[in-house]
Design a protein around this ligand. Structure first.
Ligand SMILES: Nc1ncnc2c1ncn2[C@@H]1O[C@H](COP(=O)(O)OP(=O)(O)O)[C@@H](O)[C@H]1O
Ligand SMILES: [Mg+2]
Length: 313
């Protein structure tokens, strides 16, 4: 199931055969990920899949049981290169009695990347908190807190930003704002690696995705090639009488009949939908309803984690 990314791409970060065990329980199993420079990379998986553990290892907060983190084509040195990687933890903590601008001043005063770092005013503008800069942190909404967390993560103007579930606790408006900020980080040349279990977020902004399930990587590829492989659309047909297709034309990959709904998966040799209509008419049953459906990332995700292939979609 594992597909290799483009051989020629230049990678910001590579995870090389990472394993992590707690006692007898192995929570990461041979994790290999290559993150090309300047992309938004989604890391998706259900709760407990191993996303936070992987991100903690990248940031040097946990040690892998075995395996390597390669950054700038060498094993990552946490002493020398820490400022080049920004991190937003899943549950960021702040000094809530401080005002937003005071807190960012304080964080920048601790920064190891003086000269390369942003100013407080720049950070406020990137994360859209200019108007809230004089607010006390405890008065911020969930979305504003998450944006403050992103400001802290990028305060050193890092090459790579690791965001652990930046949108999961937010309402749709807050999620949209955070998504737009993530896009703007890419426009500034940063590489963003973010985890989520919300597939619509990934679908909207990611160039690449990796699916992790029970500590194992099931797929690592571009969203486009995933859609290509699993088909971008399928057809839902309601026939008046039961149909029993014994064979079908080569542009049909699979037909799945569930109660009165027939799902038809086609491949890219179907270039003219009239061919499909002709086939449906040849089945000699009244057609009560016909709908063309887009395959969502959610459909693909569940197919992959259930160990299936596109025929099970
Ligand atoms: N310190 C720990 N000790 C034992 N097990 C842990 C520890 N931290 C995480 N785990 C286990 O590792 C697995 C992966 O957790 P985590 O990386 O937090 O997943 P995710 O972020 O995808 O929800 C889970 O089964 C979790 O219970
Ligand atoms: Mg987590």
């Amino acid at each position: 199931m594992m597909e290799s990314l483009q051989a020629k791409a230049e990678y910001t970060l590579e995870l090389n055969a990472l394993n992590k065990s707690y006692g007898k329980s192995q929570v990461l199993k041979d994790i290999n990920i290559k993150i090309p420079r300047g992309v938004i990379y989604g890391f998706i998986g259900e709760n407990g899949a191993g996303k936070t553990t992987t991100m903690n290892i990248i940031c040097g907060l946990k040690k892998p049981t075995s395996g390597k983190v390669i950054f700038r084509e060498r094993e990552l040195s946490y002493d020398k290169e820490r400022e080049a990687i920004g991190y937003l933890p899943q549950q960021p903590k702040f000094y809530s009695y401080m005002k937003v601008h005071e807190y960012l001043d304080f964080i920048l005063s601790l920064s190891e990347a003086k000269g390369k770092a942003f100013s407080t005013v720049e950070l406020l503008s990137i994360v859209g908190l200019k108007d809230a800069s004089k607010k006390t942190i405890k008065a911020l909404s969930g979305g504003m807190l998450q944006r403050l967390g992103i400001a802290v993560a990028i305060c050193n103007n890092p090459e790579l930003v690791i965001l652990d579930e930046p949108t999961s606790a937010l309402d749709p408006e807050g999620r949209r704002e955070v998504m737009n900020i993530i896009k703007s980080l890419k426009e500034r040349g940063m590489t963003v690696f973010f985890s989520t279990h919300l597939l619509s977020d990934v679908e909207n902004i990611c160039d690449y995705i990796t699916i992790i399930h029970k500590g194992e990587i099931l797929s690592s590829t571009t969203l486009a090639s995933l859609k290509d492989k699993y088909g971008a659309c399928y057809y839902e047909v309601k026939f008046g009488n039961k149909i029993e297709p014994k064979s079908y034309p080569s542009f049909i990959k699979n037909i799945n009949i569930k109660d009165d709904i027939t799902l038809i998966y086609t491949n890219n040799t179907l270039t003219d939908e009239r061919d499909l209509f002709n086939y449906l008419l040849s089945l000699n049953s009244p057609i009560k309803a016909f709908t063309k459906k887009e395959v969502s990332l959610e459909d693909i995700f569940f197919t992959i984690i259930n160990g299936g292939n596109q025929n099970d979609l």
